[in-house]
Design a protein around this ligand. Structure first.
Ligand code: SAH
Ligand code: SF4
Ligand code: F3S
Length: 439
């Protein structure tokens, strides 16, 4: 038998791309590929790309440039671009980088086996359709290999919100929820293969409205049903929009023990004027009220968020409003970005804030967020938390896992095993992780 062909996938962007990369590897597995973590021994290189900010997209082109010598050394090497840059740029990628053989968007990767065959036959393949069929139902059957203890599961995809700065509605398409029975089937299959924690994914995951028994189910009902699966111990979901936080989902944070006390809830800005210009359709005040309701349901909820500074029209006062909101909410963890004008979005037409002003604001905001993150970590020292061990650490005998609050936790103990959920007493807080001992 011929050696299997080797596939190297590099993933950029959000967790949905991580999930998609796994599905693409499985789809190409059916065409005889095994994955490798070495680009220089690959028969196919796939970049699964992100278009959210300018830098993310530019990285793709510089990365492609780096593969030139590999292609020169191995003329049979095929290079593909997948994901959101593929969707946004399509054939343009091949014009800018003629060595690219294949371009596939986020909604057509179930067609990869046929595209791969075309590429092997010397053609170039581009597919950035938004097809009528459900890609999840048309993916080749995955080999039923054992899985790592924590997994992603896409339940909702696309976005209809059209925030003025954002490319996602254009690259991922309209909001679609997967039917309840398909989600449950995939979750049970994951648990059978060793998974103990599932993170439900969607660009607006809390807008989930899947067809289920007796009508349409929201995310809370889906979570409550998933929680009944024996062996599934932890459930998370990301990313949420403040306007889709239904009452039952707030309640679930208080009464569903398998739902973890961590919530990523982006707000982007603390200024109502900027929120309006961003077309976020919520105010700073309504966001803060929502946080209060969530904390009333689950007082130890750890909050995470996303922020954009330097959105067109942002004044010093608008930025101070963001700082005030951050102080009011107090985040356990957060992401902040300098606004990046994205072609085709409404905000891209507006006059930008000077770059040095935006950089200054970003630095100040990140300073505050880092301080809050440290404080939240420090507050864990001395506490007992539950940790799901995911993999061995770098030091001998060390195990790394995630606490219920999503902190990385290191434990050095021969009794700690991958896939185990254990009580851990936190002893120390480092820059990006905690260290503890089995209780
Ligand atoms: N669906 C998620 C966000 C997906 S994009 C949500 O609505 O919350 C992830 C984050 O990237 C956003 O929350 C935003 O903070 C940031 N982002 C999106 N577009 C951006 C842009 N044009 N410039 C800078 N940051 C951006
Ligand atoms: Fe982008 Fe807004 Fe949709 Fe989030 S809700 S994906 S920020 S358009
Ligand atoms: Fe990036 Fe696309 Fe995700 S633009 S953030 S990879 S949805």
């Amino acid at each position: 038998m011929a050696d299997p062909k080797k596939l190297f996938i590099k993933t950029y962007g959000c967790q949905m791309n991580v999930y998609d990369s796994e599905r693409m590897a499985e789809a190409l597995g059916a065409s005889g590929y095994v994955t490798t973590d070495r680009a220089d021994e690959a028969d196919m290189i796939l970049l699964n790309t992100c278009h959210i900010r300018e830098k993310a997209a530019e990285k793709v082109y510089s990365e492609l440039g780096r593969f030139k010598p590999l292609k020169a050394a191995n003329p049979d090497l095929k290079i593909g671009v997948a994901g959101c840059v593929a969707q946004a740029e399509g054939e343009e990628i091949m014009r800018r980088q003629p060595m690219v053989d294949l371009v596939v968007g986020p909604q057509t990767y179930h067609r990869l086996p046929a595209m791969e065959a075309a590429v092997r036959a010397g053609q170039r393949a581009v597919d950035t359709d938004f097809p009528a069929e459900d890609k999840f139902e048309h993916l080749p059957k995955a080999p039923r290999a054992k899985r790592a203890p924590a997994a992603f599961l896409t339940v909702q995809e696309g976005c209809d919100k059209f925030c003025a700065f954002c490319v996602v509605p254009y690259t991922r398409g309209a909001e679609v929820s997967r039917p309840v029975d398909r989600v449950l089937r995939e979750a049970r299959d994951l648990v059978d293969r060793g998974v103990r924690e599932i993170t439900l994914l969607g660009q607006n995951v809390n807008a989930y409205h899947g067809a289920g028994d007796g009508g349409t189910w929201g995310l809370a009902r889906l979570i409550r049903e998933l929680a009944k699966i024996d062996g599934l111990e932890r459930i998370r979901f990301t990313t949420s929009h403040p306007n889709d936080m239904e009452e039952d989902l707030i309640a679930a944070h208080g009464d569903e023990p398998k739902l973890m006390p961590y919530l990523h809830l982006p707000v982007q800005s603390g200024s109502d004027k900027i929120l309006k210009a961003m077309a976020r359709k919520h105010t700073a005040e309504s966001y803060i009220r929502l946080i209060e309701r969530l904390r009333a349901a689950r007082p130890d909820l750890l909050l995470s968020g996303d922020f954009i500074v330097g959105f067109p029209g942002e004044t010093d006062q608008d930025f101070e409003d963001t700082m005030t909101l951050v102080r009011t909410v107090s985040y356990g963890q957060a992401y902040s970005f300098k606004y990046s004008a994205r072609p085709g979005t409404p905000a891209a037409e507006k006059t930008p804030v000077p770059d040095d002003v935006a950089s200054d604001r970003l630095q100040r905001l990140q300073g505050l967020l880092t301080e809050q993150q440290r404080a939240a970590q420090e507050a864990m020292v001395g506490r007992d938390v539950s940790v799901l061990f995911e993999k061995p650490g770098r030091l001998p005998g060390q195990m790394v896992g995630k606490s219920d609050y999503l902190h990385a936790v290191h434990v050095t103990d021969p009794r700690a095993e991958v896939g185990q959920i254990a009580r851990v007493r936190i002893k120390a807080s480092g820059p990006n992780s905690l260290a503890g001992e089995l209780v």
